[in-house]
Design a protein around this ligand. Sequence first.
Ligand SMILES: Cc1ncc(COP(=O)(O)O)c(C=O)c1O
Length: 411
Amino acid sequence: MESEAVDVERLRADFPILSRRVHGKRLVYLDNAATTQKPQVVIDSLVRFYTSYNSNVHRSVHTLGEEATAAYEGSRKKTAEFVGVQARDLVFVRGTTEATNLVKFAWGEKNVKKGDLILATTMEHHSNIVPWQQLAKRNGATLKYVGLNPDGTLDLGSYETLLKDAPRLVTLTHCSNVLGTINDVAKLCSMAKNAGATTLVDGAQSVPHMPVDVRAVGSDFYAFSGHKMLGPTGIGALVARKDLLEEMDPFQTGGEMIREVFDERSTWNDVPYKFEAGTVNIADAIGLGEAVVYLRSIGMGRVRDHEMKLLDYAIKELTAVKGFKLYGPENVRVRAGVVSFNYADVHPHDLATILDEEGIAIRSGHHCAQPLMRWLDVAATSRASFHVYNSYDDIDALKAGILKAGGIFKI
Ligand SMILES: Cc1ncc(COP(=O)(O)O)c(C=O)c1O
């Protein structure tokens, strides 16, 4: 076993849920691509908000209102700095799905016209497919997909060919939630820009697991979700340049997104507030700020190194199991800590149920990536995905659980 730069045992003590038992067994939580667990500091920040300064933001001059506004805006600043941008470039949203829908409504409706091309990739999550299908249908545009190489990396030849058709929008994931593939988004966005496209990057599986500098990525839009990065559910971010946000129409209307309302018309607040209609998700935004502080205290480089070591170990151990089929690249340098697989002809739901009896939580199904499932020519896969609190012991437990299923199914 390799030495761990991250002190996993010490870290695990920060996550109260990790000490619970499931079916009398130690919880082995390997469903981090779906959502991550929360450290006590994040949970405490929610309790502190509701017990000591619960108030609406940007409205009231009383002490509670000012404290809540300062904490909410402080969190925006921390979250923005975490991904290398300024606070004014970051809109709080519910998560990545709401961010892509915001771009679809507030930018796409106005800018994508009849005959335009929207380019996505075969490895996208439904959240980065369905909004564009809807937009293409409504505005008479065409949606095409960049293909993949057999190892699950993006086919650059296919990309270059499609870029020749001058897409209006190129939208792609930084990191696949199924294959784990990490795309070189800086290069891909620069190619898209040279072809005249606006770019959106889905960072739902990258920001939680590796250092990300959105400025260096160079995309016009960048989206991510708080709940996948040790923060609360219901909060995430859309990052975009101020001038682009200023040009865009509002997404939802009402509440603090206005400057002035007359009987017949209204004017809009400054960005990013123009995109935060109604009472915002104050507590969870504050919780996300705490998650960012926590992740920074570990260091995203160390998070990535740790997950790479786990991935390397998992790939070696699991591919040695007879009947185990791994999907996605085997090179851990271009893969995040996501292990999608099938095991002989055991249905992924059956495997997940057997593993659950051992206290092991994995995901089974299509992972909201049905076009990718069709490309893989499978109905479903099993998926184990890591975060910084996972250990080699968790992978050993997973392997033992798979072998137990193998015994039951006589593989
Ligand atoms: C790559 C990717 N994009 C988008 C999403 C959607 O994120 P959310 O459900 O937080 O909006 C997910 C969630 O699994 C994802 O993995």
